[in-house]
Design a protein around this ligand. Sequence first.
Ligand SMILES: NC(=O)c1ccc[n+]([C@@H]2O[C@H](COP(=O)([O-])OP(=O)(O)OC[C@H]3O[C@@H](n4cnc5c(N)ncnc54)[C@H](OP(=O)(O)O)[C@@H]3O)[C@@H](O)[C@H]2O)c1
Length: 240
Amino acid sequence: MTEGIDRIWPDGAERLTDDELLAAIDHEGVRVNFVASIDGAATHDGRSGGLSGPADQRYFELLRRVADVVVVGAGTVRVEGYTAMRVSDASAAWREAHGRDRHPVFAIVSRSLELDPASAIFTDAPVRPILLTTSRARGASRFEAVADVVVAGDERVDGARAAAALRERGLTRVLCEGGPTLFGAMLADDAVDELCLTVEPSLESGAAVRIAHGADVSRAMRLASVLRSGSTLFLRYARP
Ligand SMILES: NC(=O)c1ccc[n+]([C@@H]2O[C@H](COP(=O)([O-])OP(=O)(O)OC[C@H]3O[C@@H](n4cnc5c(N)ncnc54)[C@H](OP(=O)(O)O)[C@@H]3O)[C@@H](O)[C@H]2O)c1
């Protein structure tokens, strides 16, 4: 059974179907998706999965369903144990029916390149992944057989350059699943068009990171929609 999600703003609608939810999110641009506790923690026991409930998991999959590329920082890849990027069978069927590849491209952002080219992320990938890195990174040649290595900065990957490089490849619906360091860099580079934030009904206190981390940056955003499933809120903010 799917987790019921209602829209409460800008207009009310109950128990939205997948197609109704997709209609609002299937567009071009750079979208970032996070889950947080009410008090702003981005992790529970060090991972986002500890915060995420079934409705968030449904929405998370729908965000992937419409993405051309899913961009993730290497820290999150390592901590959350990402494997090859595959959407669900339902999402793959939807994508195929809409003339898209069955799976989005997986783009990993790393400066250190402390990743294993023999890991399932690369060897089991249904679509050749992209490694977004810097001109200073060492050992990029280790990945050439298993990924497209794209340089998008010197000291660190520049979010705007990375988005432009993805656009040049026809990857215009960009979904970034974090983490906070990557989101902070993308904010600094003014590379974020939309934020989808799930607020889960828990208070975490402690030392958990927030969803963005990095240099002081202030960006005003405009509320685009509010969805609700029980006590969970799904807030979507866009560029003003
Ligand atoms: N609540 C949520 O929705 C959510 C989502 C994602 C992650 N998280 C949590 O966030 C924590 C990880 O935080 P994090 O800040 O370490 O995540 P992160 O941003 O994914 O990882 C940081 C690492 O990613 C690479 N990176 C990020 N931005 C870069 C840039 N501009 N240029 C070059 N490399 C870049 C670097 O990798 P190298 O070290 O390889 O150079 C950097 O050390 C985990 O606990 C995870 O569970 C929560």
